[in-house]
Design a binder for this molecule. Structure first.
Ligand SMILES: *Cc1c(COP(=O)(O)O)cnc(C)c1O
Length: 385
């Protein structure tokens, strides 16, 4: 019978990982709000170091295998209390997200394509064997949290409110197992804008000594372990006088990502075509929402070839030599786009052109994306809080 093997397999998968499967989601309508008595003073938003100041409230949602999801709570910002055997602390049963709320000149607060963050978070949760939830319900809970702390969204088009959801396995036994308890929480932090124009291009250390992600691993999920393990490489890059790591993969030294950003190369390719290229989502690349948005914008413009393709260091070195590279940049929520000015590879400095300041692709992308984020351009990519 055709259905035999399929139906024999499905229950087996469920048994292995009971908490991944359809559980009734928490509901935003059930939120319990407890407001703090004293609001903290707001800092000057322009020169805030990233992620150092937090708002007055946070969102917490607990789950257990026996009880399912509890009611979401918005409560005063404060420390968590965790059992010392907590799975997140020992085995990295953990994941996070990163998104921002932007206040436009019209004083309205917007999120940028937030459902994509919710869906990516669900994918990471599945990889960590943490329970599922309804993406739209979580987005509504986050919207409500931002609304409660809306005075913290900077009144500036060069700053924003960073939104950090995190999800922890809180199993309080030392065995490596699917967590029977979990905690999803969201904190908010006002941040200044990282301008990627002018001379502040980044220098990169390209070396195959450390590998960020590998096939079958977790590089395509925002799981904490990927980042904790990358710090040593970042330190080594700085010893070599570089600011960030250019992550390579495989014997052919494929270019994958830069620091915690996706990577784009705007060049004349081997065929002589003008091309904007970024590595394909083959499991070792984090599926960035800025990456996706840049690809969609550039494809809509239709002015040059836009490719998701492999790029190697040999190809980059040759292109730099033959002056075929126009611009190279990283992309991510924190900075939108960030120019690469130099790559140190096998003892050689590859100088990357930065394009004409006003006419560059980086400047154009930065403008188009921030125009949408701050509501200067109408777009169905924005979500009003
Ligand atoms: C978060 C992240 C990105 C960028 O993703 P966005 O959704 O654009 O912010 C790229 N690479 C890595 C490794 C990341 O963690």
């Amino acid at each position: 019978m055709a259905s035999g093997s399929a139906s024999a397999r499905a229950p087996q998968v469920q048994d292995e990982n009971p908490s991944c499967n359809d559980v009734a989601s928490f509901k935003a309508a059930d939120i319990v709000v407890q407001l703090c008595e004293n609001r903290k003073p707001k800092p000057e938003s322009e020169n805030l170091p990233f992620g150092t100041v937090f708002t007055d409230h946070m969102l917490l949602i607990e789950w257990s295998r026996e009880g399912g999801w509890e009611k979401p709570r918005i409560q005063p910002f404060g420390n968590l209390s965790l059992h010392p055997a907590c799975a997140a602390l020992h085995y990295g049963v953990q994941l996070f997200e990163g998104m921002k709320a932007y206040r436009g000149q019209d004083d309205r607060v917007r999120l940028f394509r937030p459902m994509l963050n919710m869906k990516r978070m669900l994918k990471s949760a599945h990889r960590a064997c943490l329970p599922s939830f309804d993406a739209a319900e979580l987005l509504e809970c986050i919207r409500k949290l931002v609304e409660v702390d809306q005075d913290w969204v900077p009144h500036s088009e060069s700053a924003s409110l960073y939104i950090r959801p995190a999800f922890l396995g809180t199993e309080s036994k030392l065995g490596v197992m699917v967590s029977s308890h979990a905690l999803l929480f969201v904190v908010l932090s006002p941040v200044g804008f990282y301008f990627s124009t002018g001379n502040n291009s980044v220098s990169l250390w390209a070396d195959s000594k450390y590998i960020r992600a590998w096939k079958g691993g977790t590089g395509d999920c925002k799981m904490g372990g990927n980042y904790g393990a990358s710090i040593v490489a970042q330190c080594e890059a700085m010893k070599f006088g570089c600011q960030q790591v250019l992550w390579l993969y495989g014997d052919d030294h494929q270019i994958t990502e830069v620091g915690t950003m996706n990577l784009f190369l705007y060049w004349i390719n081997e065929e002589g075509e003008e091309e904007l290229a970024t590595p394909p989502l083959d499991g070792i690349i984090l599926p960035g929402i800025t990456r996706q948005s840049i690809l969609e914008l550039a494809r809509k413009w239709g002015e040059f070839k836009v490719s998701e393709r492999y790029l190697t260091m040999a190809e980059l070195r040759l292109a730099v030599e033959q002056k075929r590279v126009r611009e190279m940049f990283g992309s991510g929520t924190a900075c939108v786009v960030s120019r690469v000015g130099r790559v140190l590879y096998q003892g050689e400095n590859l100088q990357i052109p930065c394009g004409d300041e006003s006419n560059s692709l980086v400047s154009r992308l930065l403008k188009e994306l921030t125009d949408i984020q701050y509501g200067r351009t109408e777009s169905d990519w924005t979500f009003l809080v």
